[in-house]
Ligand binder design. Structure first.
Ligand code: NCD
Ligand code: ZN
Length: 347
């Protein structure tokens, strides 16, 4: 008998679904294993108003496979022109679950992000009052700051000041990649949560750069040195209640990844749950996987956990799926580069 592990169905608290042909191709990969996902608003142009979010949600629902049990949790992209009243109304009506802050220029499609944080203060204050979480891409963008230091500097220069200036604001520090962020989350009160991606639990910067450049491991925030990866694994597998899964699964076509100026983003939706089981198994913490993938996220977002379950099975080495064919071109699926002994049971 193979070893099995049954969990409440997981949710993904940070996901890129894109639009059009790409959306159609990648959505089933998430809907197969996950019940809900926080949908990133960094389309071109971004999802800025409630009207944008309604239209995008309807396109996602229309792209779902027949019979899929999946709910997109929508977000708005915070700009310096965002209207606090629109945000509050979108939250009150149940349309949105969070607002996303991208520092301008920090990552893919972030040009409309925030430059002057004073300009968004009224929105942040309204959100604090309403209990609406702010999801944060935590990297500074100043040219002189080394890319490997951008997250740690962000905590000190931006995140901590914002949280102090807006008491009660609920914040999710997304896709954390450093021991500094782990420490900051651990010492914060319950108003701060953090997400960790699948790939940041499995790769460090050597995977990207040693033995030739590996564009499919390049994402933002960029993976850091091994000691940081180890800190992320320790935090994720500890059961700490304010940390949860956000895959940041971010599809780009093979052509847009394998070129002179390749896009940032790792597409991991198809293999995330087996990969996570592998990480938690190696850490001797399979009993903590449900907290990380299925319980801590809903608790932070004040939603009930899912009632249905998923079963993982240990046995054969997982075969990494062939590139996902999309109308825009193939998308390469995350391959951690080592055997994964777990898979999702499909009855
Ligand atoms: C994301 C994308 O491609 O939209 N890329 C990434 O490297 N993570 C944007 C983001 O979340 O930073
Ligand atoms: Zn992302």
């Amino acid at each position: 008998m193979n070893q099995t592990l049954t969990l409440r169905r997981p949710d993904d608290w940070h996901l890129h679904l894109r639009d059009g042909a790409m959306l159609k191709a990648v959505l089933p990969e998430t809907a197969r294993d996950f019940a809900r996902a926080i949908i990133m608003p960094n389309l071109v142009p971004p999802v800025v108003t409630s009207a944008d979010a309604i239209a995008y949600r309807d396109r996602i629902l229309a792209a779902l496979p027949e019979g899929a049990d999946f709910t997109p949790l929508m977000t708005l992209y915070l700009t310096e022109a965002t209207d606090p009243a629109d945000v509050v109304a979108a939250h009150a009506s149940g349309l949105i679950s969070a607002v996303k802050l991208y520092p301008a220029g920090a990552t893919t499609n972030s040009a409309s992000g925030v430059r002057d944080f004073d300009k968004v203060r009224p929105v942040l204050e309204a959100m604090a009052e309403a209990g609406l979480p702010l999801c944060v891409h935590g990297e500074v963008t100043r040219e002189e700051i080394d890319i490997f230091d951008r997250e740690a500097v962000f905590i000190e220069e931006v995140l901590d000041p914002i949280r102090r200036a807006t008491p009660g604001l609920r914040v999710v520090m997304e896709h954390i990649t450093t021991a500094d962020a782990c420490a900051y989350v651990k010492e914060s009160d319950g108003s701060l949560g953090a997400t960790i991606t699948t790939h940041h639990l499995m790769i460090n910067r050597n995977h990207i750069l040693v033995g030739g450049i590996k564009p499919h491991y390049y994402c933002l925030p960029v993976a850091k040195r091994e000691s940081h990866r180890a800190a992320l694994v320790e935090l994720a597998t500890s059961g700490f209640e304010h940390v949860f899964l956000g895959t940041d699964s971010a599809p780009h076509t093979q052509a847009n990844k394998e070129c002179a100026c390749g896009c940032a983003g790792v597409f991991s939706a198809s293999v995330t749950m087996p990969c996570l089981a592998q990480v938690f198994d190696e850490a001797g913490a399979l009993d903590k996987l449900e907290a990380f993938a299925s319980l801590n996220g809903p608790a932070f977002y004040r939603l009930p956990p899912n009632e249905t379950t998923i079963t993982l099975e240990k046995g054969q080495v997982l075969e990494i799926p062939a590139p996902l064919e999309t109308g825009d071109g193939p998308v390469i699926v995350f391959d951690p580069g080592k055997p994964v002994l777990w898979s999702v049971r499909r009855d």
